[in-house]
Design a protein around this ligand. Structure first.
Ligand SMILES: Cc1cc2nc3c(=O)[nH]c(=O)nc-3n(C[C@H](O)[C@H](O)[C@H](O)COP(=O)(O)OP(=O)(O)OC[C@H]3O[C@@H](n4cnc5c(N)ncnc54)[C@H](O)[C@@H]3O)c2cc1C
Length: 403
């Protein structure tokens, strides 16, 4: 006995759950599958180590799917300045929300807050079905439909299966889609810290020889750090005593926030550059990290995935309204053309920046310092980079534009 849905989404992280909300809100019969039930509630403290800097475009999408107010109610931190400086040159860059038409440059949000609010919203949408825990054992794609077999033998059929199951996507492998990429041999070390001086609602980033160190301002006055380090250094820093770690961190930040006072649990995530060579196949499409994994130095992975979710939802809803099949080759190719170029451009620029700032080449070091000062003194260039970092690019999905 099989069950049929218009769309099945595998993976209920930030990206998959957003796509599910967008489709269900438009009345599309959608099933969201995940292997794990995400936490919906937790004790007031401490703040989770996994946070994301979300752009204005992402804020627009999350508002459009009806969860931004709930996220604000649970607690998110706005930042209105960004300060970037280079340990290897005199380069400094400073961005100020006052130079934009918006009150802030972005928000720092715990990933669990975004996911919990999206799942709460799905509970309220009659067109949405959550199947969890659900383990996908098999995927069959044909010219007519897609079929999924779960580990308990349940068979699900859909016009379209969307894989949003993260960078090690099992669905992508089942569909036989190849990836290109490499391991950075760097880890992103994350932790929540408190410091002597206020974070001043500023996202701080210092480029160090092994990679950038970001201090992201949290709503409660603490900062979330994302520190790119060579793998061995990251592992060593995980094992430092709290006191030694805090001293190392204060040194690495040049004491910009004064003494470092406390640090919570630390975690390290191996970083990878990876993109799927194709995003779509018969009745099957990739979104989010399943399609692309990028360096976190500019905090763009989830933001790019949210644009994927908004784009595929917009195309599916329009196809449905026009009476066309949702999983048609035409619709999926349109999505692939729309999102692949933008994602590759973003990934390539992250990769170039990472290489530029970890180089020991003296001429390149001087050049990057000059380049930063140049941008910092040009209102036009600053405005361009500001808008790009806020996700306000050309050709955005309607939801991302706040329409
Ligand atoms: C250190 C670090 C810092 C970062 N900072 C930022 C930032 O500031 N801003 C930003 O935009 N991005 C940031 N990112 C990137 C961001 O975290 C990811 O791009 C984003 O979380 C990807 O979301 P996703 O929903 O595509 O995938 P995931 O979050 O990986 O979600 C995948 C979901 O699929 C489920 N799943 C997996 N396999 C299966 C299966 N076989 N069957 C069923 N379900 C399955 C999982 O349980 C999970 O719920 C950062 C990344 C790192 C490592």
């Amino acid at each position: 006995m099989s069950k049929k849905y218009a769309v099945i989404i595998v993976g209920g992280g930030i990206v998959g759950a957003t796509a599910a909300c967008a489709l269900a809100q438009a009345g599309v019969d959608v099933a969201l599958l995940d292997a794990r039930n995400p936490a919906r509630t937790w004790p007031a403290d401490p703040i989770d180590i996994r946070v994301s800097a979300l752009t204005r475009a992402s804020q627009n999408i999350l508002r459009a799917v009806g969860v931004w107010d709930a996220m604000e109610a649970r607690g998110i931190g706005a930042y209105d300045h960004m300060h970037v400086w280079d340990a290897g040159s005199a380069g400094v860059l400073h961005f100020d929300a006052a130079d934009t038409e918006f009150p802030e440059l972005g928000h720092i949000v715990e990933n669990r807050v975004t996911v919990a609010c999206l799942w709460d919203q799905l509970d309220l949408l009659p067109s949405a079905t959550i199947l969890c825990p659900a383990i996908v054992e098999d995927l069959q794609l044909s010219a007519d439909s897609a079929q999924i077999t779960l580990s308990d033998g349940t068979i699900l059929v859909a016009d379209l299966v969307i894989a949003a199951d993260g960078r090690d996507s099992a669905l992508r492998q089942m569909a036989g889609m190849q990836t290109t990429g490499w391991e950075y041999k760097q880890d992103g070390l994350v932790a929540t810290i408190s410091s002597e001086k206020s974070h001043q609602f500023t996202a701080w980033q210092r480029f160090l020889p092994e990679g950038p160190l970001a201090l992201l301002p949290l709503k409660n006055g603490q900062c979330s750090i994302v520190w790119t380090l060579n793998h061995d250094t990251a592992q060593a820093y995980l094992n430092l005593s709290a006191a030694d770690f805090l001293q190392t961190l204060a040194h690495a930040t040049e004491g910009i926030l004064g003494k470092m006072l406390t640090v919570g649990p630390r975690g390290a995530f191996p970083l990878r550059f990876q993109y799927a060579q194709q995003y779509s196949s018969d009745h099957f499409v990739l979104i989010g990290d399943a399609a692309h994994a990028m360096h976190p130095l500019a905090g763009q992975g989830a933001n790019a995935g949210l644009l994927d979710a908004a784009a595929i939802a917009e195309l599916i809803i329009k196809a449905n309204q026009a009476g066309r099949p949702m999983g048609s080759h035409k619709t999926l190719r349109q999505y692939e053309r729309w999102r692949k170029g933008d994602n590759l451009a973003m990934m390539a620029s992250m990769d170039v920046i990472n290489k530029m700032y970890t180089t020991h080449h003296e001429v390149l070091r001087q050049l990057r310092g000059t380049g930063m000062s140049w941008v910092n003194h040009s209102a036009w260039l600053k405005n361009y980079f500001n808008r790009y970092a806020m996700g306000l690019r050309d050709d955005l999905p309607e939801m991302a534009r706040g329409i």
